[in-house]
Design a protein around this ligand. Structure first.
Ligand code: HEM
Ligand code: HEM
Length: 198
């Protein structure tokens, strides 16, 4: 029955690094099951959310310029600036919501910390930093927009932190891509992930 919760364990790089909850021995939903047990530790839902957030952060980067133009007392904002401002607001709120969802999915997985090397620890630290910084950025943007303009200063500084974390994150991803150790493929959908991915 639906109440009976079982765990599907999967292994990657020779160690158990996650679980996916399910009913009657089956993953709870296809979307939230690991794409290929034993090969990847991210479910299709986690992969979709990762790349959706990447797209939305790109939108934030493309639209933030227009906000200064809409707030400028020296010039009249163009309609496109107003549109970009609004896109920035809604895309930023979406990032906040999606990061909360990602965090929820993340907490359903366990990590065996004792067997992690220093590189895994750095990666985990950068990942945690990205979660924290993106959530804080969505919150500070919301506060700056609707509650208290002073939060804009935090919004500017958190963005610099996000950029620094992203440099480390993308360098890490490139390192795994070059080494072809399958880590990059864990965040790719489909056959690439199933084949260990690059
Ligand atoms: C994680 C999501 C977000 C990212 C990555 C982001 C990024 C940025 C960046 C880079 C800037 C320009 C900062 C600068 O001048 O150097 C900015 C400005 C701004 N953002 Fe966001 N933003 C996000 C979410 C939001 C949300 C949710 C809102 C509103 C609901 C918002 C409202 C604003 C406003 C009002 C400004 C202008 C602040 C000012 O007056 O200087 N942002 N954002
Ligand atoms: C806005 C941009 C990005 C953000 C906010 C972001 C955030 C994250 C986070 C938080 C994780 C950890 C997921 C978890 O364990 O819960 C992760 C994993 C990952 N990301 Fe990104 N990421 C971004 C861009 C990228 C880009 C551009 C690449 C590829 C070049 C990439 C490749 C990966 C890979 C391969 C993993 C899996 C690492 C592993 O299994 O240990 N990410 N990302």
């Amino acid at each position: 029955m639906g109440m009976l919760i079982s765990r599907v364990r999967f292994r990657a790089a020779g160690r158990t690094i996650g679980t996916a909850m399910g009913t009657s021995g089956m993953p709870k939903s296809r979307w939230d099951a690991p794409a290929e047990a034993g090969r990847t530790r991210y479910s299709p839902l986690q992969i979709v959310l990762h790349w959706a957030v990447v797209a939305l952060v790109t939108v934030q980067w493309l639209t933030y310029d227009a906000i200064a133009r809409t707030h400028s007392s020296l010039m009249r904002p163009k309609p496109i600036d107003l549109l970009e401002h609004s896109v920035h607001t809604w895309s930023g709120i979406a990032i906040g919501v999606l990061m909360v969802a990602r965090l929820g999915l993340r907490f359903r997985r366990r990590r065996e910390g004792s067997r992690l090397g220093w590189k895994d620890r750095v990666a985990a630290l950068v990942h945690s930093g990205l979660y924290a910084a993106l959530l804080a950025q969505a919150a500070s943007g919301f506060v700056a927009r609707y509650l208290w303009g002073g939060a804009a200063l935090a919004h500017v500084w958190i963005w610099k932190a996000i950029l620094a974390l992203l440099v480390l994150h993308v360098l890490g991803a490139a390192y795994h891509l070059v080494r072809r150790d399958g880590v990059f493929g864990r965040m790719l959908p489909g056959p690439r992930a199933a084949s260990g991915g690059r």
